[in-house]
Design a protein. Structure first.
Length: 282
């Protein structure tokens, strides 16, 4: 399993890194479109739609991403779109986690499928727009999610359940603890502080997400970063809930050793649009 994970990670890096740093944005946009289409196909399978509909969802997501680029949303998305995405994620995520697997099953299959496609496309638009703001900006958002996940894992392993006996979401992901969530938040604040210091010392062509927030004051940056960290957990829990509802351990086997595309990007689905919403709002 470890060998498969390493090989898959190396292949992904070999594809993503040249596209990420290319002078033309199209290689990155095209590659991430394919990944989002794969995620749309997985989403159809997780929600029990027929195989043909799953493939149609992949094609629809590709077409929607291309259309968004053509109408200029990658360059500048209307603020109302990010406000909608942010409100939808907060309300839907909170509702799903509170109601659990049984609540998700009450929705019609077609509605669940359509909602997922919309959220996947919005995540792609946010990622493409973040990339065009600059590699430093995009990486800072991605690292926020990774830092929250890594710190939550190690803190949860070390002290999970010792201080707060109540599980975070026992029926969805029994291994997650409140201590892990708090550790992830502290990790994000630490990474943000270090990144801002690096921004100050290096003449990057673009500012990071953290520097943009702290430029408006710590009173805005701190709650914004804690909110982003919390929403990365929501994205993770929502995908875990959908997989549990489908009776699947992984969203697919497209990425050997890692599961599926959705298993790797679940926490990014809410955080990317929310990052763009915060940037446009401030």
């Amino acid at each position: 399993m470890l060998k498969q994970r390493v090989i898959t990670a190396l292949v992904l890096l070999a594809l993503l890194l040249p596209a990420l740093f290319a002078s033309n944005p199209w290689p990155f946009m095209a590659l991430t479109m394919v990944l989002i289409a794969a995620g749309a196909w997985e989403w159809g399978r997780l929600n029990g739609v027929p195989a043909g509909v799953s493939w149609a969802g992949a094609l629809l997501s590709l077409g929607a991403c291309a259309l968004a680029e053509q109408v200029g949303w990658v360059q500048r998305t209307p603020l109302a779109v990010w406000l909608f995405a942010g409100a939808f994620w907060v309300l839907l995520g909170g509702w799903m986690i509170q109601r659990g697997v049984a609540g998700w099953a009450l929705w019609s299959r077609s509605w669940r499928w359509l909602v997922g496609l919309v959220l996947l496309v919005l995540a792609w638009v946010a990622m493409a727009q973040a990339h065009q703001r600059g590699v430093n900006f995009l990486l800072s958002v991605l690292v926020l999610v990774w830092a929250a996940d890594v710190f939550a894992y190690f803190v949860g392993k070390a002290v999970g359940g010792r201080w707060i006996k109540t599980k975070l979401a026992a029926s969805i992901s029994p291994g997650k603890s409140w201590e892990g969530v708090l550790g992830g938040m502290l990790g994000v604040l630490l990474v943000a502080w270090m990144w801002v210091e690096i921004d100050r010392r290096w003449a990057w062509p673009d500012l990071s997400f953290y520097s943009l927030l702290f430029a408006k004051g710590w009173w805005l940056a701190l709650p914004a970063l804690l909110f982003m960290s919390a929403m990365s957990v929501v994205g993770d829990l929502v995908e875990s809930l959908v997989k549990r509802s489908a009776g699947m351990k992984d969203s697919s086997g497209l990425l050997p050793g890692h599961g599926g595309v959705l298993d790797r990007v679940d926490a990014l689905l809410p955080t990317l649009p929310l990052a763009m919403m915060l940037v446009f709002w401030i």
